[in-house]
Design a protein around this ligand. Structure first.
Ligand code: GLU
Length: 291
């Protein structure tokens, strides 16, 4: 029997907090209970915000918690060629286009449309969908802008992508979504609009790198916070478009602060390093997150 493969995939752009501890400890526990493997993946594609210091702190915090992971650790910044290959398959299939519109320009377009009484669609996080106007640029116009050095992002043409994939796209949810979704969940990637799948300088985005890596690493179980539940829809679509196998998903509860809000990397009080310095033990942390 093949062993289940779990992964914990933090980004080294801040300090790990209790929410990360919960996710890592839960992955480790499930791997132990199922005779599975636990991988650690460093999601450092955002080279501007990720630092070697935060990465070192991740290893230190996880080791302190008693978590053991397999070596070598996959660092996404070392695998851009893998993501570029997947990106080019999507471009060649006519499913991705370069988008030159800045966030400010997009915002202005949306404000104007709303001022004219148009209701602009929002994504599951409540943000307005990015305008799709540039789907229609000719290849000449695209070429000119690229040659002029304009900044751009590669966006997935969600309508073309859905026409290309066989729908409905489902996933197996062993945890639950924000409104209790579980079991066979129907993915609604269109809710996110034309998502960014790569940038001019970096041939990937979070979604693309995650699906490429989960497949390359043979991940069978994605266990992560409920805040990524809706993102799964985009990731399932990319898996279908790229012919990648789909893991099982388990979205778990988020650890909330005293104020009932999601923890963030900027809140020092729930950071693992701060808790350690304050004299807490790994057992205390395990108890605090309810495991
Ligand atoms: N790197 C992501 C984060 O730190 C998690 C990605 C995932 O688990 O799919 O939020």
């Amino acid at each position: 029997m093949t062993r289940p493969v779990f992964r914990f995939a933090p980004s080294p752009n801040g300090e790990l907090h209790l929410g990360h501890a919960y996710s890592a400890l839960l992955n480790a526990r499930l791997a132990r209970e199922t005779g599975g493997r636990l991988l650690l993946r460093i999601e450092d594609i955002d080279i501007g915000r990720c630092t070697p210091e935060f990465e070192e702190a991740i290893y230190r915090d996880l080791a302190w918690l008693g978590i053991e992971w397999e070596e070598p650790v996959r660092r996404q910044s070392e695998h851009f060629a893998d993501y570029a290959e997947a990106l080019h398959r999507l471009i060649d299939a006519g499913l991705a286009y370069p988008s030159f519109m800045s966030r400010g320009e997009a915002r202005a377009m949306i404000v104007e449309a709303e001022a004219n009484g148009r209701e602009w669609p929002r994504d599951p996080d409540g943000a307005p969908l990015f305008p799709t106007a540039e789907r229609g640029l000719s290849s000449r116009e695209r070429r000119t802008q690229i040659d002029e050095g304009e900044p751009f992002a590669w966006r997935l043409d969600i309508d073309a992508a859905l026409a290309h994939a066989s729908t409905p796209i489902l996933w197996d949810e062993q945890g639950s979504g924000p409104t209790g979704e579980s079991g066979r969940v129907t993915a609604d990637p269109a809710a996110w609009g034309d998502v960014v799948i790569a940038r001019k300088e970096v041939p990937t985005s979070y979604h693309l790198a995650v699906v490429v890596d989960d497949a390359l690493q043979g991940v069978t179980h994605v266990v992560r916070g409920r805040d990524l539940f809706h993102a799964t829809a985009v990731q399932r679509l990319l898996q279908e478009l790229l012919g990648l196998s789909a893991p099982v998903y388990l979205h778990h509860d988020l650890v909330l602060g005293d104020d009932g809000r999601k923890l963030s990397k900027s809140r020092k009080d729930t950071g693992l390093a701060a808790l350690r310095t304050a004299g807490l033990t790994p057992t205390d942390v395990t108890r605090m997150v309810g495991l």
